[in-house]
Unconditional design. Structure first.
Length: 291
């Protein structure tokens, strides 16, 4: 529906001003802070995307996924029987089987997410992207984080972008699909809004800010624009699409601020692992310290 995006205008100064206000929000204190932090834990996609990933460090990651916060701390908060785990474990396709086996051995049902479709650059032929997605699903991934071809956005090929994402959605089958927009490389906030809309029209279950490998990753201005697109899409279609900021989120305060922003822009119903995820590799350490 190109009419939805043909007249889009984003007031960048207003978005940036709003983002600066967000950074100054006061965080919650005491038990309220602990509650928000535990909510953040349940929405984390615990991630390892390094060239030196091995079966052993994936197993360690899966153990941390099942036990993200120390048992004594959970007992002190009377939350030890609430089965608090992260939202998913995210790895490269070659490590999906390791993660699936480790989680199965641990007796938990945390989904395994796999990056695919030419991650992180997106500079591979569509046929290769689709084959990679199908293999990741075959290996046991229940969520697929695809990455778009930025060139299609930068050259305004919106129908081409729609078709690429649609075919990726088809290749995912029963698996949930998160579409990474790599917002730091899209050139403008208007392009971020348009790419968000196209990704949702093509069937994405989530839209995600970044691969974590760009120079600029998850930022509040981009988050505001993507959430406004999600809200507009929901008003127009009745379909709720999830949101995932990723890359550079390392502190508990940042995690809480993202949750507060989602609550303000999209409402409480979006504050569940089904509709909100935080892409992070080192965030849990700081959350545990704060708890």
């Amino acid at each position: 529906e190109l009419g939805w995006i043909s007249t889009v205008h984003v007031n960048r100064p207003a978005v940036v001003r709003h983002a600066e206000r967000i950074k100054k929000w006061r965080t919650v204190k005491g038990n309220w802070q602990a509650a928000w932090l535990l909510k953040a834990v349940t929405c984390v996609d615990l991630t390892t995307l390094s060239g030196d990933d091995t079966p052993s460090n994936v197993r360690r990651l899966c153990f941390k996924a099942k036990h993200p916060i120390r048992e004594d701390l959970l007992k002190a908060l009377d939350m030890h029987d609430k089965d608090i785990t992260v939202g998913a474990v995210c790895v490269y396709p070659a490590r999906v089987t390791d993660a699936v086996n480790a989680l199965k051995a641990a007796g938990c049902n945390i989904p395994v997410a796999s990056v695919a479709a030419g991650f992180p650059s997106g500079q591979t032929p569509l046929e290769t992207k689709l084959a990679e997605i199908k293999l990741a699903v075959e290996y046991g991934a229940r969520e697929i984080d695809i990455v778009i071809s930025r060139s299609l956005v930068l050259t305004g090929q919106w129908e081409g972008l729609y078709e690429e994402i649609r075919q990726c959605r088809e290749a995912c089958g029963e698996a949930h699909m998160k579409t990474i927009l790599a917002t730091g490389e899209l050139g403008s906030l208007a392009n971020v809004y348009k790419a968000s809309m196209i990704a949702m029209m093509a069937g994405s279950d989530f839209i995600k800010t970044s691969t974590g490998k760009e120079v600029e990753n998850a930022t509040f201005p981009v988050g505001v624009v993507m959430m406004r697109a999600i809200r507009e899409f929901y008003w127009q279609t009745g379909n709720k699409v999830g949101f995932k900021p990723a890359g550079g989120i390392r502190t508990a305060k940042e995690a809480i601020t993202w949750l507060m922003l989602v609550k303000e822009e999209l409402g409480v119903e979006w504050l569940t692992p089904e509709l909100f995820r935080l892409g992070a590799s080192s965030l849990l350490e700081d959350i545990e310290k704060q708890v």
